[in-house]
Design a protein around this ligand. Sequence first.
Ligand code: FES
Length: 549
Amino acid sequence: MSIADDPDRAPARSHLYAMGLSEEEQRRPVVGIASTWTGTMPCNLTHRELAAHVAEGVRAAGGTPMEFNTIAVSDNLTMHTPGMRASLVSREVIADSIELMGRAHGFDALVAIVGCDKTVPAAIMALARLDVPSVVLYSGTMMPGRWRGRDVTIQDMWEALGEREVGRLDQADLDDLARHACPGAGTCAAQYTANTMGSVADFLGLAPFGIGDIPAVAEEKNAAARRVGELAMDALARDARPSRVLTADALHNAIVSVAAMGGSTNAVLHLLAIAREAGLPLVIDEIGEICRRVPIITGLKPSGGPYTALDLWRAGGTSLVARRLLEAGLLRENVTLADGRTLADVAAQAEERPGQEVVADVTRPFKPRGALAILRGSLAPDGCVLKLGGKDDFRHEGPARVFDSENDCYAAIQEGRIVAGDVIVVRYEGPAGGPGMREMLSITGPLVGRGLGTSVALVTDGRFSGVSHGLVIGHVTPEAYHGGPIALVRDGDTVVIDSAAGTLDLLVPEEELAARRAAWRRPERAVERGVLAKYVRTVGSASDGAVTA
Ligand code: FES
C-alpha cells in the first residue's frame, strides 16, 4: 500500500506535503534517483544537474522523483596519500548507502547516476541487492586536454612525474601540463577504470547504449538524462528488475566488453563483486579465459592505441563496439537491455562515423587478445591479475626487490635503486592489509617515465589504476596480511612470470618456505578504529571481488 493510501501514514504524508508533493504526486510511482555527486572531484561534478534532468523525465512519464546523494572518492586526488585507502572501501559504503535508501523508502524504481571508478560497480551492486526496476546513467568522460600539439589525459600527468625525475621534463613543464591535462568535468578521459565500468554497465543491460558514451560536458547529455528518467518508468512497466537483467549471459557480454575495449584490471574485482551480488557463479579464471580469446578492437589508451573516450563517442561509441562483437559471434543475444531494445537493434542502429579508425573489425584488431590475464602459481595460489595491456606473451625472471608498502617502493624508485630486470614486490597493500588495496600508479607512472616500464616487473597484492601500464601484476592472493606466499618473499629470491603458461612462481625450495612460514608474524594492524578497521574485519579475498561480508 502506498503512503497516499495508508490511513496510518498520515504523519509520513505530512512530510511529503512539506516537500511540496501534491496528493496526486504522492499517488504516483516513486523513482529514487541516486546521485554520486561529490564536490571534491571533476568526475561526478555534473551529477546534480543530471539528476534534475532525470527527475524531469520521471515526472514527464508519470512518476514522482526523489533524489538522494552518496559519497564518492576520487582515485586520482587520493593517489599516493593515505587517503587512497578510502577508495576501494568507498565502493562498499556507496553500495550500502544506496541499498539503505532503497530499503528505507521502498522506491518503485531507481536511477543511479554514476561516474568515478567505484561509483559504477557500487551502484550496480546495490541495485542487484534491491532488485527493483533500475536504470544506470553513466555521467560521461572528460574531454582530453591539449598540450604542445597533442591530446593528453591524466595518464600523461602521472608519466610526466617519471620524466621529470630523469630530467626529460622540468617542474615548470609538469605544472604547465597540470594546467592543461584535465579541461573540465567528467571521468578520466580514456579506457581507464571509470570508462571501463561505464561500458560494463551498457553491456550488462543496466545502462542504455549510446547515453553513457556522451561526454560529461556535451550538450546532448542533459537531454539523455531526461530520457533515462523516462526509461526508469518504462523499466517499471516492463518489470526490468536486476534479477532479470543481470544474467549469466549479460555478465559474459560485460566481460567480453572489458576484453575487447582493453579495459582496466579493476574490472576483474568489480565483475566478481557484481556477480556475487547478483548470485551468479563467476571464478576469476573465467575472466582470463575470455580475455585470452577476445581481441582488443578499440584503439583506446592505455592498452589499445592512442585514442580517447571522446574519439570513441565520435566514432560510434559502445553501440558500434556491440555491432562488431555481435557480427563476430562474441556476444550472447538473449539479454534484456535498459531501453527494451535487443542487442541486434543496438547493433543495427549504431551510427558509425565514415572513415573512423577507433573501432576495428574483430578480424583486424588493434591487439590479438584482451588487456589482462589471470595467473596462478606458487606466489599466487588463489590467482592474480596480469595487466597485459596489448603486449605479446612474455616471460620475465628476475630477483625480487621487496617492499612492505607502496611508499617505501616509491622512495627506492626515486633514489634510482630499481634497475632493469628487477621484480618489485609490494605487499601488505591488499584489501585487508592496506587496508583498502591501494592503486600503484605512483609507482608504475614513474617506472614508465624512467624508461623501466618494460624491463622491471611489479608484483603486488594491491591493485592498479586503469592508467597504469608496464609489466604489472596485482591482486595477488592470498594477500600478505593473511600470510599468503607473497609475505614470505625475500630480497634476491627469483620470481618467474610466464604469461603464456599463466603462471607466477617463486623459486624458493619448499623446506625454506616452510621455515619462513613458521617464523612469519602478521604485522601490527595500523588501523584499529573506524570504517577502515571495520573493513579489515569483513573484507574478503580480491579473487572473490574484495567484497565485505
Ligand atoms: Fe574519477 Fe578517474 S579519478 S574517473
